[in-house]
Design a protein around this ligand. Sequence first.
Ligand SMILES: [Zn+2]
Length: 89
Amino acid sequence: MRGYITIPKSVPCRNCKYCGSRPIVALSGKDGYVVKCPVNSNHYQTPAGLIDIDDWNAYNIPNTELEPERDQLVACYDSKLNYTFFLPV
Ligand SMILES: [Zn+2]
C-alpha cells in the first residue's frame, strides 16, 4: 500500500513553487494528513491535520520575480552572445 494519495486533476491546486511538481497527500503519523511535494520533503508541506489544499495553494503562489511578464518580448542574440530584446511588430 502506498503511503500517499495523488490529488485528482479535478481539484484545483498549484504545483510546487520550487520544482513544479503536483503535490500529493500523505499520512503524517497519527496526526492526520499533509499536502506535500512528492519530490523533496524539504519543499513546502502543510501542517498535519485535515487535507488543506488552500494552505498549500496560499504558499505556492508562483514567484513573480522568476516569471516576469515578458511573454511579448522576443530575445535574439548574435555570435558574441549579446542579447537583444524587442517587441514583435
Ligand atoms: Zn517540490
